[in-house]
Write a protein of this length. Sequence first.
Length: 139
Amino acid sequence: MKVIGDVVLKTPSLGKEKKWEVVQEISLIYSGYKLTIHPGYKTDGASIPRIVWDSIGHPMSTHFITAALFHDILYDSEAMPREWTDEMFGRVLLESGVGKVREWLMEISVKMFGGCTWKKHTPASIEKANSYLSINNLL
């Protein structure tokens, strides 16, 4: 696993928008693929309920943001299977310095509750997410 580039996000402006916008391309090499997120994609970070921020961490924590960003775009685009995406999320969390217990809690949460998000996709939302994602098979 290798991350190419840094996560650089534009803070949401005041108002209804609560998502952060990618302003610099970032890539992840994982499991024989190079995944690249292009500027303009928006994320809400790790989906961590506010009530557990003190024990788990803030959704935009530097320990979580790379894993969350790639997990979000892969969910939004449905470009890879959910199981693969959830596994990638856990591996990137561990590589980012998240401890095994916290990683397990976060990965099991996306496995248990991610289906709710996946089922809300529309053809238009999937197409939009795919416009911010490039996937190259390196094998």
